[in-house]
Design a protein. Structure first.
Ligand SMILES: Nc1ncnc2c1ncn2[C@@H]1O[C@H](COP(=O)(O)OP(=O)(O)OP(=O)(O)O)[C@@H](O)[C@H]1O
Ligand SMILES: [Mg+2]
Length: 267
């Protein structure tokens, strides 16, 4: 099952994607977590040790690799191979973390509004497409904030799109855009996840706001001081306190997704 996590900046995408990846791995699934955010902090949430973290080079910064795969020799500047060979890249560059999970750090590239056909992008986009369509593991992608990353190629093969919101108008507005675009691109299972909820009335208001969205409020996660504490200590939230309210809420989200995986893939 390929799970993508998206939403506005700071809403909790990395917390949700990293913790879900750990839960699938703990349960014995083969998991490949993908960091597609320029801040590249999924490794913290996953609980990857510092020494390993220090060695991470995102694919988007591997100049020699990009040159080798994307540049068309002798063609001059501005001519790129837009369908480079990528199938060997995940296994070559992934790193191993707790519970046997694996992480591939793609990084991300600042894109102008019009979309950029720079070589880094050609490689990352082809890689994402390849990961979604060809790999057999449970894949969890921590997307960059916003919706620029969502294109025809990247949306193909996403089985579940989790759109994370915090209780704010701005966040919900962006979720609506992400949901509409995901639908247009053919993603079928799109679910809204409310994070940083402090009281029941917020859930009610969100439910009212999404009344006509055709996408349910699938799950909600409370605001939890334990998450900030783990963050400040540089620890992964699940290792720091797996009984905390937010981690427990993500656990029940995990159980729903595990059931969904069964419904979608087990005959
Ligand atoms: N349920 C929660 N309770 C308390 N704090 C939270 C919760 N979820 C996330 N946070 C805090 O909010 C901040 C943003 O969370 P996170 O990094 O997961 O969001 P993000 O959407 O990945 O952000 P970015 O867009 O910057 O990548 C972090 O400091 C995190 O510790
Ligand atoms: Mg993040």
């Amino acid at each position: 099952m390929k799970i993508a996590v998206s939403g506005k900046g700071g809403v909790g995408k990395t917390l949700v994607s990293g913790t879900l990846a750990r839960m699938f791995a703990k349960d014995g699934f083969k998991v490949l977590a993908i960091d597609n955010d320029s801040a590249m902090n999924l490794s913290y949430t996953l609980g990857i040790d510092q020494e390993t973290k220090d060695k991470i080079v995102p694919i988007s910064e591997m100049k020699a690799l990009i040159e080798e795969r994307v540049t068309v020799k002798g063609a001059g500047a501005g001519v790129y191979n837009i369908n480079p060979k990528v199938s060997d890249i995940p296994d070559k560059y992934k790193i191993t973390g707790p519970d046997g999970l694996e992480l591939l750090v793609l990084g991300s590239i600042e894109e102008p509004e019009t979309g950029c056909l720079c070589p880094e992008n050609a490689l990352i986009r082809t890689l994402l497409h390849n990961l979604f369509v060809k790999r057999e593991e449970v894949i969890v992608v921590d997307f960059e904030a916003g919706l620029e990353h969502l294109g025809r190629g990247t949306a193909k093969g996403i089985d579940v799109m989790l759109v994370v919101t915090e209780p704010s108008q701005k966040s919900l507005d962006l979720c609506k855009k992400i949901i509409d675009l995901s639908k247009k691109l053919g993603v079928i299972n799109i679910y809204l996840i409310a994070n940083k909820i402090t009281d029941g009335s917020q859930k009610e208001i969100i439910n009212k706001r999404i009344n006509d969205w055709e996408v349910p409020l699938y799950h909600s996660i409370p605001f939890d001081l334990e998450i900030g504490k783990a963050d400040l200590n540089g620890e992964s939230p699940i290792d720091s306190n797996q009984d905390s309210q937010a981690i427990q809420a993500i656990k029940s989200l995990y159980l729903k997704l595990k059931q969904l995986k069964k419904d979608l893939f087990d005959l």
